[in-house]
Design a protein around this ligand. Structure first.
Ligand code: COA
Length: 535
């Protein structure tokens, strides 16, 4: 492999300015993250601690092996929604290491509305289970939840991917011999009672954990029976009388210790071998990325410059470097793991799509995972291109990506617009993980294009009625649409709604990808079969 020859002048004023501006964007992101990580209100945190309970993040810290990374997912879920009353959507999810095994951890934050689930919290919990299924990761549920957020019952209860899906997933995961472990550290009420009940093995904390289908107030209303929470579904009851839980813990720390002990009895069921290389740091420093990444998406960026700051030794075996230059394809290593990379370098043309599809076939036939690096305005438009069959060639690329069964990982480092998002393994194409940089944008098309389309449609409508748009009306319409796209296209808007697995600091990309590839090795890569490529 050859080392990528960087053409960036890191001593130029332009580079320094970009870096300075990027750091502002990054600091704004870090401040939001820090605030969100505080969890619920000061009062709620105080009440929680006075009950002798650890906070959700403290529980996770104790659960995982010391000095191992925790790959947190969607920390900013529900950001700027519900008056910011649901930091992290009330549930912390991520992959941690327990006794050397990667495990999906789902921890309710009881300081956030009693750990209840609203729409984004549910989506986040289900996404964690989906990742667990795709990568054969055992799951640990640190339960401390009042069940569904009753105020939003129409958004959380009845649909396919609502609350009921948690337990369906637990049954399916268990059937695939993927361990399901629950640690009951607070309430498990109503439907929530099924989290421990559906688990393979359950621990409950004395005088703290409760499990019941209907709490004391409901029992009183329904039957007139007066009963305390402890008598109805406390730890003593469930470990000695009902058998709903298996292990009695004295407190949070003890419960976590028992959970860790359980992992001494669990072994990995599958393993995907990948030919490894010795790890090398990239030749170029990672924090150069701040000076390179586009803050103005109109500014072209050579994606090789980004690859050079992520891959081992900045070494890259480029494929078809002279052909279809608006996409960069090639093989590299990330912390020793082989990876195929497809990175945008401009708009997608017919030949670009063919090059992309060809490279996906190379990766699937060689069993190499693929990294998609998105900065894409979309496919080229115009009479010449339609006649040449841009839709047909684009379809080939989309077909290849959709069917590729090696793990796919997607990082959006610039724009993600239109069908470019699809071809480059957007969310609908099931990358194992999808991350966004804080500067990145995602929407069906850019704001200006959308505004122009909508204004043209309006003008055509009015013309047919013998009317026209005044300059003022046109200006107002343009401004409104631009503002809407600016707001809805931001990485924060996306991550709040779980269109991705989180916003990340670009400097962390290499580490996160390495962990993601390591995680993917828990399940043997499936064979890829393609259907009919439109020729
Ligand atoms: N739906 C909506 N909001 C709920 C809720 C629920 N199921 N459970 C709790 N909340 C809200 C409370 O109104 C309160 O909101 P506020 O901070 O705006 O005042 C906040 O969550 C914290 O509740 P609180 O009762 O003060 O906290 P707690 O730690 O003492 O108790 C619970 C937490 C979950 C044990 C308790 O609130 C409870 O039993 N809730 C009802 C659980 C239930 O019956 N769920 C059935 C759903 S299927």
């Amino acid at each position: 492999m050859f080392r990528i020859e960087s053409k960036i002048d890191t001593s130029s004023p332009e580079f320094a300015k970009n870096k300075e501006e990027y750091k502002k964007v990054l600091n704004a992101y870090r401040q939001v993250l820090e605030k969100v990580r505080e969890g619920g209100s000061e009062q709620a945190v105080k009440k929680h601690k006075e009950r002798g309970k650890l906070l959700a993040r403290e529980r996770i810290d104790l659960l995982v092996d010391r000095n191992t990374p925790f790959l947190e997912l969607s920390a900013l879920a529900a950001y700027d929604l519900y008056n910011n009353e649901f930091p992290s959507a009330g549930v912390i999810t991520g992959i941690g290491v327990i006794h050397g095994k990667e495990v999906m951890i789902v921890a309710n934050d009881a300081t956030v509305k009693g750990g209840t689930y609203m729409a984004e919290g549910i989506k986040k919990h289900i996404r964690a289970q989906e990742i667990a299924m795709e990568n054969r990761l055992p799951c640990v549920y640190l339960v401390d939840s009042g069940g569904v957020f009753l105020t939003e019952q129409d958004k959380v209860f009845p649909d396919k991917y609502n609350f009921g899906r948690f337990f369906f997933n637990q049954a399916r995961l268990s059937a695939k011999k993927i361990p399901q472990i629950a640690v009951v550290m607070g309430s498990c009420t109503a439907g929530g009672a099924y989290v421990p009940a559906m688990s393979d093995e359950t621990i409950i904390v004395r005088k703290q954990g409760t499990i019941f289908i209907g709490g004391p107030p409901l029992v009183k209303a329904a039957t007139g029976e007066e009963v305390t929470a402890e008598e109805l579904g406390g730890a003593d009851v469930h470990t000695s009388i009902s058998g709903v839980a298996d292990h009695l813990a004295m407190n949070d720390v003890h419960a976590i210790q028992i959970c860790r002990n359980i992992f001494e009895t669990i072994s990995r069921q599958e393993f995907q071998e990948l030919p490894m290389e010795p790890v090398q740091e990239p030749f170029y420093p990672a924090d150069d990325l701040y000076g390179i990444l586009p803050l103005d998406l109109k500014k072209p960026v050579d994606s090789r410059e980004i690859i050079a700051r992520i891959v081992d030794g900045s070494l890259f075996h480029e494929f078809k470097d002279r052909y279809a230059p608006t996409i960069v394809t090639g093989f590299a290593h990330i912390m020793g793991y082989p990876i195929g990379i497809i990175a945008n370098n401009g708009v997608l043309f017919g030949e670009t799509a063919l090059k992309g599809a060809h490279f996906v076939e190379l990766c699937t036939s060689r069993n190499v995972p693929i990294l998609f690096m998105q900065n894409i305005t979309g496919f080229i438009v115009g009479k010449q291109y339609e006649r040449a069959g841009i839709a047909r060639d684009g379809a080939k690329f989309v077909h290849a990506v959709a069917n590729a069964n090696v793990p796919k990982f997607t990082v959006i480092f610039g724009g993600s617009f239109g069908a470019g998002n699809y071809a480059m393994a957007g969310r609908a194409y099931e990358p194992r993980f999808l991350w966004m940089y804080p500067n990145s944008k995602i929407s069906v098309m850019g704001g200006e294009q959308a505004a122009n389309v909508l204004i043209t449609v309006k003008e055509d409508q009015l013309k047919a009625q013998g009317k026209s748009l005044s300059a003022d009306e046109r200006e107002k319409m343009l401004k409104t649409i631009l503002q809407k796209y600016e707001h809805e296209g931001s990485a924060y808007y996306s991550t709040a709604r779980l269109w991705d697995d989180g916003i990340i600091d670009p400097v962390d990309t290499r580490r996160m990808l390495a962990m993601a590839i390591a995680v993917s090795l828990n399940k043997k890569y499936e064979k890829t079969e393609y259907g009919v490529f439109r020729m």
